[in-house]
Design a protein around this ligand. Structure first.
Ligand SMILES: CSC[C@@H](O)[C@@H](O)C(=O)COP(=O)(O)O
Length: 346
């Protein structure tokens, strides 16, 4: 049972991840043979992006099950708690990580016996990965309806094939519109400090022959004022029950600017990113990352030694700034509290 995309490959024995820290200058791969290695890859952002993190964790869970297998089912369940904990303690904001681990744990417990369980868990991880691709294509189909021929879309961070198993969420919408024959241009902001926009989005779109222009983060407002942007589409790491959206740091700033210029601000996200157990954005844990991400750029120090640093990896965009949330089940408009709930009831 195998799967191979640009972002990840499951060979049946190992998870191979393209090292996203090295793109676009090098294409290197990490071969993960243990759950600890998968946890390391997530923490160090060798793999990143909410759905890609979730699918990787599911394969990590399979590797962990093989490492920790015990014929005594109760003992095995106990061993797997450790595996879950290590994988869960990697990145706190993207809810897809916990969603995927919950789904794997449910599969494990529901199976009820050790015979055949390892194969069943592998199948479940593959289902998670394959479904992600289908889900992104559905998001793309719904989202493409919101774009007109000739539109220029601003995107932030990388919510593309690299952030998912394949195709992407925000970039999936752009891909689908282009596949429909619409001429769509993309402005990608660089997304300091980790530069997902400059390094990953620009690389990925150029590979696909999609027209992309790179701007630095502080150019988005001016680009809007000049009338160069028709819509903003971003991904999400967690959408709270009230429609508040956690996404890459800087998303909030772009949303405020879009509002100021009357430009629609869309969030493209699978239902696995919507967390009805998190009431509002205030309840979303925001990861803080190491200071060197801010004091250094491309490995070079750009700030004085010992300067104080604040480095939140995500921010929360208030629901009132979000024009619509594009999911695989359709486009959701405000009031989000009611309409997101409805999405899960259908
Ligand atoms: C489809 S990916 C959506 C989000 O995960 C993406 O926009 C993002 O914020 C990624 O953050 P990262 O820190 O690179 O994992």
């Amino acid at each position: 049972m195998k799967l191979k995309t640009m972002t990840m490959e499951w060979t049946g024995d190992e998870l191979i991840l393209i090292d996203q820290r090295k793109i676009p200058l090098q294409e290197e791969y990490m071969h993960c043979k243990t759950y600890e290695e998968v946890a390391y890859a997530i923490k160090e952002m060798i793999v990143r992006g909410a759905p890609a993190i979730g699918a990787s964790a599911a394969f990590g869970y399979v590797l962990g099950a093989r490492q920790m297998f015990d014929k005594d089912f109760d003992k095995f369940i106990e061993n797997m708690k450790k595996v879950r904990e290590v994988l869960a303690n990697t990145r706190p904001t993207a809810v897809n990580l916990f969603w995927a681990l919950d789904r794997m744990e449910k599969a494990l417990i529901g199976f009820g016996k050790p015979q055949g369980l390892l194969e069943f868990l592998e199948e479940e991880a593959l289902n998670i990965a394959k479904e992600d691709i289908e889900v992104n294509k559905a998001i793309g189909r719904y989202g493409a309806e919101l774009l007109k021929d000739g539109d220029t879309v601003l995107t932030h961070c990388n919510a593309g094939a690299l952030a998912t198993v394949d195709y992407g969420t925000a970039l999936g919408v752009i891909r689908a519109a282009v596949e429909q024959g619409k001429k769509i241009k993309v402005f990608a902001d660089e997304t300091r400090p980790y530069l997902q926009g400059a390094r990953l989005t620009a690389w990925e779109l150029m590979k696909d022959g999609i027209d992309v222009t790179l701007i630095s983060d502080n150019m988005s407002g001016w680009s809007m004022k000049l009338g160069k942007i028709n819509a903003v589409i971003v991904g999400a790491d967690r959408v709270a029950a009230n429609g508040d959206v956690a996404n890459k740091i800087g998303t909030y700033m772009v949303a405020v600017l879009a509002k100021r210029h009357g430009i629609p601000f869309y969030v493209a996200a699978p239902t696995s990113t919507i967390d009805l157990n998190t009431k509002t954005g205030k309840d979303i844990p925001i990861e803080e990352r190491k200071h060197t991400e801010v004091t250094h750029c491309g490995g070079k120090q750009i700030a004085p030694d010992n300067v104080k640093v604040f480095n939140p990896a995500f921010d929360v965009t208030d629901a009132e700034l979000v024009t619509a949330i594009i999911t695989e089940k359709g486009v959701v408009y405000p009031p989000y509290e009611k309409n997101l709930k409805k999405l899960f009831e259908e």
